[in-house]
Design a protein. Structure first.
Length: 85
């Protein structure tokens, strides 16, 4: 109860500019959702707020929604959507 999980985060190339790194590890409360993880990332790196609003989220290689609950040692990737034409 009340534990913390280490979440490994990878940021897409368009998000690196404000953070200056493509990989981060953050600690969040056990049972944190992707929404809560995004809030923590923005708290630590405010420049990520706008890019994370539209990011597509993958956990361990699978696309997930904002309600997905992370577990310790998950690998989370935030990637920018791309448009073709």
């Amino acid at each position: 109860m009340g534990g913390r999980s280490s979440i490994h985060v990878r940021l897409g190339s368009s998000m690196i500019t404000g953070v200056r790194q493509s990989r981060l590890t953050i600690n969040v409360p056990d049972g944190a959702t992707m929404t809560e993880i995004v809030k923590e990332l923005v708290r630590l790196h405010p420049a990520l707020q706008t890019p994370l609003e539209t990011a597509i989220v993958f956990v361990n290689g699978d696309m997930v929604d904002k309600d997905y609950t992370a577990t310790s040692d998950d690998s989370v990737a935030f990637l920018s959507p791309v448009a073709g034409g």
